[in-house]
Design a protein around this ligand. Structure first.
Ligand code: HPA
Ligand code: ZN
Length: 326
């Protein structure tokens, strides 16, 4: 349709994308074979059939299992280029992608292997598509702060190639306050800060992310809307929310796309953006997310333009670079 073409043609930035969550079942099988890793599925269809979740943890269990096929620098390169090719087709001109080093270092894959593969994939995306990219190192919040500190240490030789640190994995029971010191250390090293908060966790976790971590950008943030004072604060400070409609639907953060709060966020003055989170697991890349939100909530072209504009305003590009995209 016209709206589909409009969405795909709208230049946009992707700000919430876990590169391990872009591992399509076909590539999972190819890497399992290449690396002689066994996976508990007989076919691509069987893998897809397993992607039915009723909460975040259901997804995380299968997402960490899928990542086990990733072993070599070439694997991470291939994973990244597959994502960038797909993103470019959806009109993404800039992507700030998250990676979970602890998922790999815990299996004996070095931090250097992971990041070298991702960086070479980024260079290829820029050469092929003119798509620029930045890296966000995410700490797994179900692990302790000491493990996060060790990861920040492993990242030290690469700090000039990393834009930000983030916080992901199981939210409930792992509040932002658990990572206050390691976020302060990352800030002192010149990194920007993002955190998942208010996906399953309460508004208080969003407040902690602001007050105890000092985040520059909020991943998800949906449950902020339960608290009008917090919502007004986020609007006033111009905080960017990286919202992920299809993820919210698949993880039962919303009951239906018709109930998604994306337009309420915009009306409340929040700098909301649309992103794909883990597209291989949630059934769609970024244009699918724009389409689903537009269909579910009757967004018009002005809303879609505002969302795309917010994605550049909320990025970690410098002012001149942002201006060049607006
Ligand atoms: N939430 C928390 N952790 C994650 C997610 C998410 O949506 N995706 C990948 N890791
Ligand atoms: Zn996420």
């Amino acid at each position: 349709t016209d709206l589909d073409r409009f969405i795909a043609g709208l230049p946009k930035a992707e700000l919430h994308l876990h590169i391990e969550g872009s591992l399509e079942p076909e590539l999972m099988f190819a890497l399992a074979e290449r690396n002689q890793v066994t996976i508990p599925f007989a076919s691509v269809d069987e893998v897809r059939a397993a992607y039915s979740f009723s909460r975040l943890q259901d997804f995380l269990d299968i997402y960490y299992q899928g990542a086990e096929v990733l072993r070599t620098e070439r694997d991470f390169h291939d994973l990244a280029t597959a994502y960038f090719d797909r993103a470019a087709a959806d009109g993404v001109v800039h992507a700030e992608i998250m990676f979970d080093p602890q998922t790999h270092t815990a299996r004996g894959i070095s931090f250097d292997t992971v990041i070298a593969g991702l960086l070479s994939g980024m260079a290829e995306a820029e050469a092929r598509h003119g798509l620029t990219a930045k890296l966000i190192l995410c700490f797994l919040r179900h692990l302790d702060e000491e493990d996060a500190f060790a990861t920040l240490k492993a990242a030290e030789p690469w700090l000039d190639r990393i834009a930000a640190v983030g916080l992901d994995s199981g939210e409930l029971g792992n509040p932002p306050e658990k990572f206050a010191r390691v976020f302060a250390a990352a800030r002192a090293q010149g990194l920007r800060l993002v955190a998942h908060a208010g996906e399953e966790g309460p508004p208080d976790y969003v407040r902690q992310a602001l007050d105890l971590l000092g985040i520059d950008r909020l991943d998800h943030g949906n449950r902020s809307l339960e608290d009008p004072v917090l919502t007004a604060r986020l609007a006033r400070m111009g905080m960017t929310l990286t919202v992920c409609p299809l993820s919210n639907l698949k993880l039962c953060v919303v009951e239906s796309m018709e109930a998604h709060p994306i337009d309420r966020m915009l009306r409340a003055g929040l700098r909301a953006t649309v992103n794909s989170d883990d597209p291989a697991y949630f059934g769609g890349y970024i244009a699918d997310n724009y389409r689903a939100a537009a269909a579910g909530r009757g967004l018009d072209r002005d809303d879609l333009v505002a969302l795309a504009r917010n994605s550049f305003l909320g990025s970690f590009l410098n002012d001149d670079e942002v201006a060049g995209h607006l």
